[in-house]
Design a protein around this ligand. Sequence first.
Ligand code: URA
Length: 249
Amino acid sequence: MERLQKVLAHAGVASRRHCEELIIQGNVQVNGIVVRELGTRVDPQVDRITVHGRPIRIEQHVYLMLYKPTGVITSVTDPRGRRVVTDLLKGIKERVYPVGRLDYDTSGLLLLTNDGELANRLAHPSYEIDKVYRAWVRGVPSQDKVKRLATGIQLEDGMTSPGEARLLKTAPGRDKSLVELTIHEGRNRQVRRMCDAIGHPVITLERIRLGFLTLEGLQPGQFRPLTSGEVEKLRQGLVQNRKSRPRTR
Ligand code: URA
């Protein structure tokens, strides 16, 4: 739910200030009823909103999953002209924004949407969605070090919260190993810093899963819309998390 004047301004009706005047003067109706109260909350995807009797144009919500390749910035613009993730979304006219971020040199699953409310809630630390990464790291980490990755690592911005970690395989020359890490936070370069801290720097990093969402069927650079069932499941996850974790951080 959003404030009516914000929805009107966002739909290109007029400036926020002018939209407020339109509301006060009784020119705006919600579901056939004149609304003069500033700050009335509406759901632009559900409520029928008219100005001077004409329906406003609302952008439909779009939810996309992108298999981000390396060498692309998780942003919608780059002052230095480098490729950004939205350059890959051919045929998508809506202005979508990434949910969280993956480093320039990280590949993997990235969600993008123009549903600001869902995006904010997904990115909030209280929504403890599994973020599963596969990292090729230098050398062969001991079982003890792998355990430390799971239980918590002291980084300069604090201790990482508990997750999971396992060693999947080691290359024949023992110069590198594949580690799978599940974390629930989204700190800047977190996995790289965790692996640095145990003395096994990341060579390549990919996010392979986000909650119940996987990259199945996508190649790097490809994207697909989420199904309505998947969007619903993400929403339900938000509600369940709130119920089971009343003390959100
Ligand atoms: N952790 C990192 O270090 N980088 C990413 O892109 C994501 C998680």
